[in-house]
Design a protein around this ligand. Structure first.
Ligand code: UDP
Length: 319
């Protein structure tokens, strides 16, 4: 697809799961894409095939280091999306993120570029199924930069790390290896899973929306899915002989769902890929990962890696 206007787009954190999928979409649209990543969580291998799609530059540096390039749009994907038990809120990590945001806003100001800042559902701070009204938040008016905030809810799909402890990747990998699926609690907690292609089209719609958009926009699915149901679905779709095993649930693990109406109203956006279809595509992706790296698959099957959230991507380099 040839865009009406070729843009220079910076994707900070572009080598991670969301970033890689976003970059593919942007390159296919014909834009000039620069990935900024320190390859701490993001994986260089994710970017390997991306140059085939178009004009890609990769800058290996931390978002907290100064940057001076020409850009029209900036996506900051560096500060959201950690599994819920391990957000790094230490002072250095917080400072690093804040400095990164400041750098990108400064860059946007210099270039008159628009920014999408990623947030996620972990900002919710108390129990029960929650929705936040958008007007809980003040207008962001920093140096007159147009900053739009996307709050993402349980995105899944190709390029998810196999072992960062997220439920979809855990269950699929466990099911493919015929190992028990680890359900935390009784599995009645609700999530709404959004296939990454839908998420990416939501981010694009948010960036390109002509009107001023104030406050965070939730990007996620309206389909409630208890974790137990997800486990059953994945076992069935894989055709696995896995059973399920129940582990302790963190007391902070409350049900969450997005306010999908705001994105519908403002952007005309809603997810279009059914959970079963998205899961099948993700299963195919992980089958490929395990097939390409038998050493990793054997290590997983032999219990050499844990699927816990503390794991934070161990073994990913083995892929
Ligand atoms: N979960 C689970 N088993 C796992 C990993 C996660 O039951 O192996 C549950 C987890 O307790 C939570 C839900 O799945 O209720 C989603 O967890 P995830 O870390 O994927 O996302 P988040 O908690 O950030 O929404």
């Amino acid at each position: 697809m040839i865009p009406t206007l070729k843009k220079r787009i910076l994707v900070a954190g572009g080598a991670g799961f969301l970033g890689t999928n976003l970059c593919v979409a942007l390159l296919k649209e014909g834009h000039e894409v620069t990935v900024l990543d320190n390859f701490f969580k993001g994986r260089r291998a994710n970017l390997d095939h991306l140059e085939d799609f178009g004009d890609l530059q990769v800058l290996e540096q931390d978002v907290a280091d100064p940057i001076n390039i020409h850009v029209d749009e900036i996506y900051n994907l560096t500060s959201g999306g950690l599994p819920s038990e391990q957000p790094d809120i230490s002072a250095p990590a917080f400072f690093n993120r804040a400095t990164g945001v400041n750098n990108l806003i400064t860059l946007a100001h210099r270039n008159r570029a628009r920014v999408i800042q990623l947030s996620n559902d972990q900002i919710f701070t108390s129990g029960a199924v929650q929705r936040h009204a958008a007007n809980d938040f003040d207008d962001v008016d920093t140096f007159n930069v147009d900053i739009r905030t996307a709050r993402i809810f349980n995105a899944y799909g190709p390029f998810m790390p196999a072992l960062d402890g997220r439920v979809v990747s855990n269950f699929i990998v466990q099911a493919l290896l015929n190992r028990p699926l680890t359900i935390y609690g009784d599995g009645s907690q609700i999530r709404s899973f959004c296939y990454v292609d839908d998420l990416v089209s939501g981010l694009r719609a948010l960036m390109e929306a002509p009107q001023n958009i104030v406050g965070p926009v939730d990007l996620g699915s309206s389909r409630d899915c208890p974790v137990f149901e997800l486990a059953q679905k994945i076992i069935a779709l894989v055709g696995s002989s896995s059973t399920v095993v129940f582990h302790t649930l963190s007391e902070k693990d409350w049900s969450r769902r997005p306010d999908v109406e705001r994105a519908k109203q403002l952007l005309g956006w809603e997810p279009s890929i059914a959970l079963e279809e998205g899961l099948l595509r993700t299963i195919t992706y992980f089958e490929g990962v395990l097939h390409r790296n038998t050493a990793f698959a054997v290590a997983l099957a032999n219990n050499r890696f844990s699927f816990s959230r503390q794991n934070s991507g161990a073994g990913e380099t083995a892929r």
